[in-house]
Design a protein around this ligand. Sequence first.
Ligand code: C2E
Ligand code: CA
Ligand code: CA
Ligand code: CA
Length: 278
Amino acid sequence: HAKLERDRISTFSPEFDINTVERLQLLADLRTALDTGQLHVVYQPQTDLTDGRVVAVEALVRWRHPERGLVRADEFIPLAENSGLIFPVTAFVLDTALAQVARWHAAGLDVRMAVNLSARHLSDQGLPQQVGAALTRHQVPASSLVLEVTETAILSDPARADLVLHALRRLGVSIAIDDYGTGNASLSYLKRLEIDELKIDRSFVSNIGADHHDLIIVRSTISLALALDLRVVAEGIEDAETVTALRGLGHVIGQGYHLGRPVEAPELERRLGIAPVS
Ligand code: C2E
Ligand code: CA
Ligand code: CA
Ligand code: CA
């Protein structure tokens, strides 16, 4: 995956491309952004590949910066994580996404909403209560919320993460392992943690039509996950060929540009053919 790594780094990335002064400026700007409504949330559909139905959407944060224009999540989430601003950012995304899914439920669109958590949340004992309060506030059933965490985030402090994840699951929220395969967790570890869903990282998925090794890895991951009763989401589906290949591997939910890019709520409503709700 050396090439993928390189591509990622060569796009704008706080760690590599901007100096400390610029980083501090962006951080100050992010504080303002939170206070002045420059952040918003886009939604990417997750489609059940067996019947073509959209079963969930992932909430992804965006920043409309007054000078820089649209700033993508991976350009400022790392900054937010290092500064503590990740807490208000996540609170904003959770609140916005739950308000949105409540409107969709009212309009008859029965989808789960997936929200990303960062490593720092997994040592925050107050998180389960905060999530519970947000669900109540928006009258969204806990079973409609999926919280996505990475293996790396869990493994940075497994004992504390266990406590927080357990409390979240007791609420009825489901937990997804994001970017699965890029960290070090084993499936038995995931089972012990009572995980509900596994999202296979796009570095394995996007090339299964052409790369036989990737196909073998994805096929065995899917069959193990399904045997453990986990929901499986394949990320980074960029063409029809990949959909066809995945359909042959079991009950898989797909996410990727080919199935739908992240878009603002009204655009998703148009695409799904439901009357616009506001
Ligand atoms: P992620 O959670 O793995 O999110 C998927 C990323 O892959 C998104 O980038 C999405 O736009 C992109 N993507 C979706 N389909 C495809 C595809 O077919 N091909 C390719 N090449 N990319 C695809 P985005 O929105 O820039 O987010 C990047 C990362 O930033 C996310 O990775 C997640 O780790 C983080 N992030 C995004 N929103 C939030 C948030 O609200 N809170 C937190 N804590 N992290 C967030
Ligand atoms: Ca995610
Ligand atoms: Ca992912
Ligand atoms: Ca990621």
